[in-house]
Design a protein around this ligand. Structure first.
Ligand SMILES: Nc1ncnc2c1ncn2[C@@H]1O[C@H](COP(=O)(O)OP(=O)(O)OP(=O)(O)O)[C@@H](O)[C@H]1O
Ligand SMILES: [Mg+2]
Length: 511
C-alpha cells in the first residue's frame, strides 16, 4: 500500500470563543455560503449577523447565470430567464467544480443539463452563446460570477468595497475541489480568509444563537441541493470542538429532482410515446415543476404536476403523492445515514450520547428525511431554532468577522485564537491504512518542536505538495510554528509562520 497524506474527515480540537466578537461592532469581511442551488451572504454589523437580501428582497440568491440578448444575468433574473433560454442558462456549476470530465457523476449529471458541457483537457467546460458569439467558461468562472454577485450584494448594503471573505465548502470536498472554490473566489476578486466546512459553519451559528449551558454533543446535518455535510461537535458555552466530519459530495435536492424528472419523462413517454429528454425547454420546465411539487409535498400529502403544451401541443398533468415521492427517493434518503454513522464511528461517540441534532439545508425540510434521522436516534427530536437556508452563511459571517483584519495586531503564540476550526486533521497513512494523526503534535500551539516516530515511507513529490498545502491551510494562523518528525525513512520539518505565511518542508535521510 502506498503512503499518502490524507485529509481525513475529522477535525482538530482547537477552541472557539466568541467573546472578542462581541466587542467588535461591525466587520468588513463577509461570509458566503456558495450553494449548488442557492447562495447566501452575511456580515457582522451592529453587534449581530446580518443576512443580506438581494435586489428582489430575497435572503438567498439562485446560483444561476444566464447569457441573454441583453447581457449577462446572475441570480434571480437568470433563473427567471431559464425557461426562455435553457441552452444559455447555467446552473449546478458547483457540482462540476474540480471534477474530471469522465467522472461517472459528471457524466450522469450531463444527461439532464440543458446547456452544453464538453471535455477540455480532461475537465468539464461549459459552452454557451453570448449575444451571437460562442463562449467557453470553466465551472469556476461561472461560480466566480455568482460570488461576484454576492460580493456586490454585500457592497451595496454596506456602501463600501469588500475584499475579504470566508467561504464555506462541503466537508468532503477534495483538495482539488477546494482549490477550485478558491480559484472562483480569486477570479471574483475576493481575498480568502478561510474556507470552512458547511456543517461546521452551521454549528458556529447554532452555538452562537443557542448559548445553552454545559457540555453537549451536537450533530449538525446539512442537506442541501447538491451535497450532504455532517459534523459532530462538542459545544460548551463559547467553545466548539469539531470531533468528526463526513458527507457525500453528490447527494441532495437536485438528485431528488432528477429522479422526479426521470419519472415524469417515463410517464409522459408511456402515455404519449414522446421523449421529453431531448427537448431542452421541456426539461427545464419539467425540472422547475418537479422542484415546486417536491416543496409542496413537504407540506401537503399530494400535488399535481401541470405543464401546458410541454411538447407537440400536449399538456402534462400528473398527480404525485408524498408516498410515491418517498418511494422513488427512498434509496437516496437512506444514504443520508451513511455519513451520520461515519461521524459517530470516527468520533467514538455513541448515538445515545448525542444531545442535540441540528438539521440545516433546504432539503432538511423533507418530512421523511426528518423522520429517518429522528428514528435513527431512537425518536430524538431535531432542534427547531435554526433557519435551514441561512445558518451556514451566518456561521461564515461570524467566522469572517473574527478572522478579519479589524484586529491587525500580529498574534503571539500565547495569544489564543479567538475562533479556529481547522477544516481537516493532518495525518499520514502508514502501511496497513493506519492513520498517524499529526494534529496533536502540529496544532498544539505551545509546542515548538516535537518528534514523532512512525513508519512513514518515502514521500512522493505529489504527496509532499499536498502535505505542504494541508499544513499551510491548517497552520497559517500560528506564528513561527515548527514541527519536526523524525521517522525511519524521513525527517520532516514543517515550519508555518502566520506573519509571513511561509512554510518549508524538508526531507532528508531518505533511503
Ligand atoms: N420545502 C422544501 N422541501 C423540499 N426540498 C426543499 C424545500 N425547500 C428547499 N428545498 C430544496 O433544498 C435545496 C436547496 O437547499 P440549499 O439552499 O441548502 O442548497 P445549496 O446550499 O444550494 O446546495 P449545497 O449546499 O448542496 O451546495 C434544493 O434542492 C431545494 O429543492
Ligand atoms: Mg448549502
Amino acid at each position: 500500500m502506498s503512503s499518502c497524506v490524507l485529509l481525513l474527515p475529522q477535525d482538530s480540537h482547537l477552541g472557539l470563543t466568541v467573546r472578542r466578537l462581541q466587542q467588535m461592532s461591525s466587520s468588513k469581511a463577509i461570509g458566503i455560503d456558495l450553494g449548488t442551488v442557492y447562495s447566501c451572504v452575511g456580515v457582522w454589523k451592529d453587534n449581530r449577523v446580518k443576512i443580506i437580501a438581494n435586489e428582489d428582497e430575497n435572503r438567498t440568491t439562485p446560483s444561476v447565470v444566464s447569457f441573454s440578448s441583453n447581457g449577462r444575468l446572475i441570480g434571480e433574473a437568470a433563473k427567471r430567464h431559464a425557461i426562455m433560454n435553457p441552452a444559455n442558462t447555467v446552473f449546478n456549476a458547483k457540482r462540476l467544480m474540480g471534477r474530471r470530465f469522465d467522472d461517472s457523476e459528471v457524466q450522469a449529471d450531463l444527461k439532464l443539463l440543458p446547456f452544453t458541457v464538453f471535455n477540455k483537457g480532461g475537465v468539464p467546460y461549459i459552452r454557451i452563446n453570448d449575444r451571437g458569439k460562442p463562449r467557453e467558461f470553466s465551472p469556476q468562472e461561472i461560480s466566480a460570477m455568482i460570488l461576484t454577485k454576492m460580493k456586490r450584494t454585500a457592497e451595496n448594503y454596506l456602501g463600501t468595497t469588500i475584499n475579504d471573505a470566508v467561504i464555506t465548502v462541503p466537508a468532503t470536498f477534495s483538495d482539488t475541489r477546494r482549490r477550485a472554490i478558491k480559484d472562483a473566489g480569486t477570479i471574483a476578486g475576493l481575498n480568502f480568509l478561510r474556507l470552512i466546512d458547511e456543517s461546521t459553519a452551521a454549528a458556529v451559528a447554532y452555538e452562537f444563537d443557542s448559548r445553552v449551558a454545559g457540555e453537549r454533543n451536537v450533530l449538525v446535518l446539512n442537506i442541501g441541493g447538491g451535497t450532504v455535510d455532517v459534523s459532530l461537535l462538542t459545544l460548551e458555552e463559547g467553545t466548539c470542538d469539531v470531533r468528526a466530519v463526513a458527507g457525500n459530495e453528490h447527494l441532495g435536492g437536485e438528485d431528488f429532482n432528477d429522479i422526479l424528472v426521470a419519472y415524469f419523462v417515463a410517464e409522459f413517454r408511456r402515455k404519449h410515446d414522446i421523449n421529453l429528454s431531448s427537448n431542452a425547454r421541456a426539461l427545464v420546465r419539467l425540472r422547475m415543476a418537479c422542484e415546486r411539487a417536491k416543496r409542496t409535498l413537504s407540506t401537503y400529502t399530494e400535488t399535481t404536476v401541470e405543464i401546458d403544451s410541454i411538447a407537440e401541443g400536449l399538456d402534462l398533468s400528473l398527480s404525485l403523492t408524498r408516498t410515491r415521492f418517498e418511494e422513488l427517493c427512498d434509496h437516496l434518503f437512506r444514504r443520508l445515514l451513511e455519513p451520520v454513522e461515519r461521524v459517530l464511528r470516527d468520533s467514538k461517540i455513541d448515538k445515545n450520547n448525542v444531545n442535540e441534532i441540528v438539521l440545516v439545508g433546504g432539503s432538511s425540510r423533507i418530512p421523511r428525511i426528518n423522520k429517518l434521522i429522528s428514528d435513527f436516534f431512537n425518536g430524538k427530536r431535531t432542534a427547531a431554532n435554526m433557519d435551514p437556508d441561512e445558518a451556514i452563511a451566518y456561521g461564515a459571517a461570524v467566522n469572517a468577522a473574527i478572522l478579519s483584519g479589524d484586529n491587525p495586531r500580529p498574534r503571539r503564540r500565547q495569544d489564543p485564537l479567538p475562533l479556529d476550526v481547522t477544516p481537516h486533521s493532518l495525518g499520514i497513512e502508514t502501511p496497513g491504512g493506519v492513520m498517524t494523526a499529526l494534529e496533536d503534535e502540529a496544532l498544539t500551539a505551545s509546542q515548538q518542536q516535537k518528534d514523532a516516530s512512525a513508519s512513514i515511507p518515502r514521500f512522493s513529490v505529489a504527496n509532499r505538495r499536498r502535505l505542504q498545502e494541508v499544513i499551510d491551510e491548517n497552520l497559517k494562523w500560528f506564528e513561527a510554528m515548527r514541527v519536526e518528525f523524525t521517522t525511519r525513512h524521513a525527517k520532516l520539518i514543517a515550519i508555518a509562520d502566520s506573519v509571513t505565511q511561509e512554510l518549508r518542508l524538508e526531507e532528508d535521510d531518505l533511503d
